[in-house]
Ligand binder design. Structure first.
Ligand code: FAD
Length: 700
């Protein structure tokens, strides 16, 4: 036959769902050579996931397309709880805010997954064309057929240790087969991607296409990211597994334009009927409403799988009508429907040799009710992508890749634990009275819902100590475990005390969590900004210098000393910045001071390194901000909200994904430097000077 084409790529991404697209977005924004292959020949058009949590929208903003989401989506404001009254008739028992008030400048939104995929594709194209000669676009109708890791090469930075054979499918092979629809409108169904379906499987497709010559390609990759969904081929190729169990609950999902007298159809609702099961109402864009309905009639067989042929839109809809009775519910238009068997599983491992990674549904599955599938999947690769990119660029040490699993697997476990509790409360029958031990206590459900909303916002993510996050360890657990830990314990306690002192400098900036946003005012032009708007996802670490009252001579002397160290030829900043690149190309420095803006002068009061000069472009006016009032958008009270002392200030290091990495005192330069020593591949001091990495500073 024809010898297959061979090629090399830094990163190969398998699967172009939300997780794969987020991974590709990082590569595009960081200028990394990458390919993304997808077995389907078309993108999805309707249905699938729809909930976007606050953190996800913040991430979209950092990539540059949150405005499109914000305009087009439906914004969730309130959740109504409906329960049976004493007569067993459903009534509204409570209203709570949908997004926990004050946790983000964005609230939960809902929008079709296909729109989100569209924006990703546009964004990836734009940034990859800008940052690299080869624009990254989704290569469709392509299926990987083998994956081999050369174990002798996995620690070699120059090597391409992963070999993947790809096969191009025919048009017909790459088009999903639709189940026959008996619904009122010819809605497309999502069963082909559902866990209830076993056909159209990779093995089958490969068997069919192997007869055709010349459609194969051998790709040598430095890294592979498997984002190929719940039935992940990559996961199976690696011999990894999901652990956990499927529950018996089967859920139907329908996107319809409802015709109803149910008063809360434009609110998110959790409805528990007395005897007919539960339903979730999600009001959507374009008059659509999504209904999640528990299907009591469909019971899994002995093998744990339900009979898919029994599931029709009419069956799902009849169940919904029963739950909402005595209110009437009908529809003329159905946009999409699917059915789901809820399984809660998490991958036993997220990577092999930190060369091949799994992300998204490929490593965790759970029910759709908390609206977390798409969010957590994208947040997985938002965590991983920059790490891979910075290791490839030689900026970060390969060791940091281990933090992907340590940080994200815990999130998936928490999610599954939460989902487990929540599913039980949601799917159970409401208690008739206090003595009804079998039933679900509706107050408990409400409390779980409120806690769930905090969890579901994505704001509770709190990464543990590692090379990338400097905080105290969990020494209490250590202490419980063994006798020989006495020494460790003492050490850990000292570290703990030291950390507590540092954290006290910025009580509102917890290390390990994402930096919350407040408004600050640009020193150069008085424009108010949300600080998060200045944290673009461009692969740069950031130092946020809370310079305090810069007009106080004593404080200014401290800031000057700090900046002199930063600016010195042997500083980590100078060493890590390539000679031909701008001084802010690897680490960006933002300053927020606490003196009155009108009395302060950018060029007079701040050392050059805080607003660097470029021969061709002049001073940088985008880096220094005042914690002061703005003309039109009020006062952000940054120091107060962040719990930072206005006299003393402090310094905060942010990772490229905006999680807080380190907090310390302005005089604590060496400790901050050791953070960068820990995670970056800093050239040795003398070597840096010998090879002339030192960039001339232009003095004003
Ligand atoms: P996916 O979105 O599954 O993307 C995986 C991609 O990889 C797909 O495009 C697939 O075609 C491709 N692929 C698979 N195998 C290969 C291969 N061998 N080679 C190349 N490409 C491959 N979440 C909610 O929050 N609400 C919902 O209502 C909801 N409904 C859902 C309905 C269905 C039927 C399904 C399957 C999921 C639903 N989810 C829902 C979950 C949500 O869609 C997922 O959590 C989310 O899409 C996960 O993103 P992902 O990128 O990890 O995986």
């Amino acid at each position: 036959g024809v010898k297959p084409k061979e090629s090399k790529v830094d990163v190969l991404i398998v699967g172009a769902g939300p997780a794969g697209l987020m991974a590709a977005a990082w590569m595009a924004h960081c200028g990394i050579s990458a390919r993304i292959v997808e077995k389907r020949n078309t993108k999805i058009f309707t249905g699938q996931a729809d909930g976007l949590n606050s953190r996800t929208i913040e991430i979209f903003d950092s990539l540059g397309f949150s405005d499109r989401v914000w305009k087009e989506s439906n914004h969730m404001q309130e959740i109504c709880m409906w329960n049976p009254n004493a007569e067993g008739v459903i009534h509204r028992s409570d209203r709570i805010p949908d997004t926990v008030v004050g946790i983000s400048r964005y609230q939960q939104c809902v929008l079709n997954q296909s729109r989100i995929e569209r924006w990703f594709i546009d964004n990836i194209k734009k940034y990859s064309s800008q940052n690299n000669n080869n624009a990254i676009s989704v290569e469709r109708g392509i299926l990987p057929e083998s994956l081999v890791i050369d174990e002798s090469n996995v620690e070699d930075d120059e090597a391409y240790p992963v070999t993947v054979a790809l096969r191009t499918l025919t048009e017909e092979e790459a088009t999903p087969v639709q189940a026959a629809t008996a619904s009122k409108s010819a809605a497309s169904d999502g069963l082909f991607r559902s866990n209830l379906v076993q056909d159209d499987d990779e093995a089958d497709l490969l068997r069919k296409s192997q007869s055709r010559p010349g459609t194969k390609e051998i790709v040598h990759a430095k890294y592979v990211i498997g984002c190929d969904g719940a039935r992940s081929w990559t996961r199976r190729a690696l011999g990894l597994e999901l652990e956990g169990e499927a529950t018996d609950y089967i859920w139907g999902v329908m996107d319809i334009i409802p015709i109803t007298d149910f008063p809360d159809i434009r609110h998110r609702c959790a409805v528990h009927s007395a005897e007919n099961g539960s339903l979730m109402v999600i009001p959507r864009e374009n008059r659509l409403v999504r209904l999640y309905i528990q299907l009591k009639e469909v019971v899994p067989d002995a093998s744990g799988r339900a009979d898919r042929s029994k599931i029709t839109p009419d069956l799902i809809f009849r169940a919904a009508q029963k739950i909402l009775a005595p209110y009437k519910l009908d529809y003329e238009y159905c946009d999409w429907w699917t059915a789901y068997q809820i399984g809660q599983r998490v991958g036993n491992s997220y990577d092999v040799h930190n060369r091949v990674f799994l992300a998204g549904d490929a490593v965790h599955t759970h029910s759709p009710k908390a609206g977390q599938g798409m969010n957590v999947s994208m947040q997985d690769t938002f965590n991983l992508g920059w790490k891979v990119a910075l290791v490839l660029k030689g900026i970060c040490k390969r060791e940091i890749l281990a933090t992907y699993q340590s940080e994200r697997r815990r999130i998936a476990q928490d999610l599954i634990e939460f989902d487990h509790k929540f599913s039980r409360l949601f799917s159970g029958r409401p208690a008739k009275d206090l003595m009804d031990a079998e039933g679900i206590d509706m107050e408990e459900f409400k409390r779980a819902f409120m806690r769930g909303n905090m969890f579901a916002s994505g704001m509770q993510v709190d990464y543990g100590p590692s090379d990338l996050v400097v905080k105290s360890g969990n020494w209490r657990e250590l202490g419980d475990r063994s006798e020989k830990s006495a020494k460790l314990l003492t050490k850990a306690k000292i570290a703990d005390d030291k950390f507590a002192k540092k954290q006290a400098l910025a009580t509102g900036i917890p290390v390990g969590k994402r930096l919350a946003s407040v408004k600050v005012v640009s020193q150069a032009d008085a424009r108010p900004w949300h600080l998060q708007e200045r944290l673009k996802s461009d692969g740069r670490f950031r130092i946020v210098l809370f310079a305090g009252k810069i007009l106080s001579p004593q404080q200014k002397a401290r800031v000057d000393r700090f900046c002199a160290k930063l600016d010195a030829p042997e500083s980590f900043l100078r060493r890590i910045t390539p000679a031909d690149k701008a001084i802010d190309s690897v680490i960006d420095i933002l300053t927020i001071h606490a003196s009155p803006r009108k009395d302060t002068e950018l060029l007079r009061d701040f050392p050059d390194i805080l607003h660097p000069f470029d021969q061709h472009l002049g001073w940088d006016y985008t880096k220094v901000y005042a914690d002061d009032v703005s003309y039109h958008e009020g006062f952000g009270n940054a120091y107060k909200n962040y719990g930072v002392d206005k006299e003393k200030g402090c310094v905060v290091v942010l990772r490229p994904d905006h999680y807080v990495a380190w907090v310390g005192d302005i005089d604590d330069f060496e400790d901050m430097e050791s953070y960068f020593e820990g995670c970056m591949r800093l050239p040795a001091v003398s070597a840096a000077q010998d090879v002339g990495i030192v960039v001339e500073t232009v003095s004003s």
